[in-house]
Design a protein around this ligand. Structure first.
Ligand SMILES: *[C@@H]1O[C@H](CO)[C@@H](O)[C@H](O)[C@H]1NC(C)=O
Ligand SMILES: *[C@@H]1O[C@H](CO)[C@@H](O)[C@H](O)[C@H]1NC(C)=O
Ligand SMILES: *[C@@H]1O[C@H](CO)[C@@H](O)[C@H](O)[C@H]1NC(C)=O
Ligand SMILES: *[C@@H]1O[C@H](CO)[C@@H](O)[C@H](O)[C@H]1NC(C)=O
Length: 476
């Protein structure tokens, strides 16, 4: 990285810019501390640094003193005026390292470093020498589970580094003891490399990169092993293989890609507690097999896809769910009374669909509701408890067809929608059966319910939702 140091310094001096160079160096060290805290809090410092890099690269390349073409592999960090020159390549021997595993990792890291085409935070400047465990930013060491006397790289955390590299192949797949790989907000392209040999890997986060191509099926090789899989904010496209929902994960974030396919029935095999498929092109109906996830599913976002069909009655079995969000799809039908069994639900978003009919009182009586969004549908009436929620601001029914309420659709829109044939109303039991409540003989819902447990502090105990947090590009 800093082999070009002398040329840029001389030229910068000649250009009477030494003050600028020093200030960029200060920014670099301030920035490195910020990285350690996993948050870049000083955008001004970063900008200065980036400008510094730009000048360093331009002059170093123009000087023609070094072999690598500046556009292919520019120096990754700093203006080169502060960092010490690294030892010549090839000097380090296995004996220089605390463990043979680290020597092997050293070679892998140095190869990867050469492939990096941008490093706006200058982190790769620290990737020098034999002390990987203490000096290299983003690398963390530990003892591998199978040998407590060995030292190896157990975790890589590049979150927010902004590194550009054409591929992580030859790097990620060559760190055999890795348990955690976090690379949120980098500019890695290509796809997820073959990770099938990484026998300890359980957290993989490549969110907010520029990866593309079909779903990275290499993740399926670790079906029993991965607990956390975050592919959100990339350019993956096509179908998510049905077996992805057979992964034994707790967290599966696939939002903000270009997946487009009917939701597979195997979604019922998902073990995920936190599942987001939001902001893709999923089509078709929500499979009734979703009932099978009722022991594990806590938050699910189907938000902003092209799902269609009627809301399945089986959703009502998701008794653990705190977040259920199917907003902005093409779903239709009335709300099944089974929704009255979502006893833990806090965020229930059905906004922006083609739903209609009566909003069942049992839904508005759900004791943990903090936000019931039904706006932008075609509902025509509200259960008595719903009016209370309206008053307290928990319920949003703007842009529906409810007589006597402000901010509803114009009558012609409601009339037009009402005149169109409906497909979801012909199985009345699905809309009248509440699986978690006692039912009278005619299968109708027994109205004698305990009073709704409204509490003043309902909203206060709401913790940040992992799935809604995942709708943001950057990790917190
Ligand atoms: C454990 O690791 C140490 C250090 O790398 C090595 O010398 C030793 O042979 C390893 N033990 C086994 C059983 O692999
Ligand atoms: C990736 O590179 C583009 C320009 O190629 C840049 O606009 C963007 O900010 C970079 N993203 C990250 C996360 O660094
Ligand atoms: C859902 O569970 C039922 C009964 O436990 C089982 O027969 C069915 O195969 C499961 N479906 C899926 C998609 O896992
Ligand atoms: C309620 O949820 C909707 C849909 O997710 C969201 O747009 C809105 O901001 C939320 N309202 C509150 C008060 O949190």
């Amino acid at each position: 990285m800093c082999t070009q140091a002398k040329i840029p310094i001389l030229l910068l001096l000649l250009l009477l810019l030494p003050l600028f160079c020093l200030s960029a160096a200060d920014s670099a060290s301030a920035n490195n501390e910020a990285i350690e805290a996993r948050s870049i809090s000083n955008p001004a410092a970063r900008e200065a640094l980036e400008v510094g890099i730009g000048i360093g690269i331009g002059i170093g390349g123009g000087g023609g003193a070094e072999a690598p073409s500046p556009s292919e592999s520019p120096p990754a960090a700093g203006c080169g005026c502060a960092a010490p020159a690294p030892p010549p390549r090839g000097e380090l021997q296995p004996s220089d390292f605390a463990d043979m595993k680290l020597y092997l990792a050293y070679n892998v890291i140095q190869r990867f470093k050469k492939s990096i085409t941008c490093d706006p935070n200058g982190v790769t400047a620290s990737w020098n020498g034999a002390d990987i465990c203490n000096q290299y930013k983003g690398f963390y060491c530990s003892n591998p589970p199978d040998n407590q006397t060995a030292i190896t790289i157990a975790s890589v955390d590049f979150n927010g580094f902004g590194l550009c590299a054409p591929t992580t192949s030859g790097f990620l797949d060559q760190l055999p003891d890795l348990a955690i790989f976090h690379a949120n907000s980098n500019n890695f392209t290509g796809t997820v490399p073959d990770i099938s040999k990484l026998r300890y890997l359980y957290e993989l986060d490549v969110s907010n990169n520029r990866m593309s191509g079909p779903y990275p099926t290499t993740t399926l090789a670790l079906a029993q092993q991965l607990l956390f899989l975050d592919l959100r904010y990339n350019f993956f496209s096509g179908a998510v293989p049905a077996s992805v929902f057979g992964l034994d994960v707790e967290v599966l974030f696939l939002n903000n890609n270009n997946f487009n396919q009917p939701l597979p029935a195997t979604i019922g095999r998902s073990t995920a507690a936190y599942l987001t498929l939001a902001n893709n092109g999923f089509t078709g109906a929500i499979p009734p097999t979703i009932k099978n996830t009722s022991d594990t599913l806590i938050e699910v976002l189907f938000l902003n896809n092209r799902l269609s069909g009627c809301l399945p009655y089986e959703i009502g079995f998701l008794g653990k769910a705190t977040v259920f969000d199917v907003g902005y799809n093409l779903l239709t039908g009335p709300i099944p009374l089974s929704f009255g069994c979502l006893g833990n639900v806090e965020q229930l978003n059905l906004a922006g669909n083609l739903l209609y009919g009566h909003v069942p009182d049992v839904v508005c009586q759900l004791g943990n509701l903090a936000n019931l969004s039904l706006s932008d549908n075609y509902f025509t009436s509200l259960g008595p408890s719903c009016w209370k929620l309206l008053k307290s601001g928990v319920l949003d029914v703007r842009k529906n067809c409810i007589p006597g309420l402000p901010m509803q659709r114009p009558p012609w829109q409601c009339a037009y929608f009402a005149s169109k044939p409906k497909f979801c109303s012909y199985v009345p039991t699905l809309y009248h059966d509440v699986p978690c409540k006692s039912c009278s003989k005619n299968g109708r819902f027994d109205q004698r319910l305990p009073p709704p447990p409204w509490t003043a502090n309902r909203k206060e105990r709401a913790a940040p939702s992992p799935t809604y947090t995942a709708l943001h590009r950057q990790n917190p």
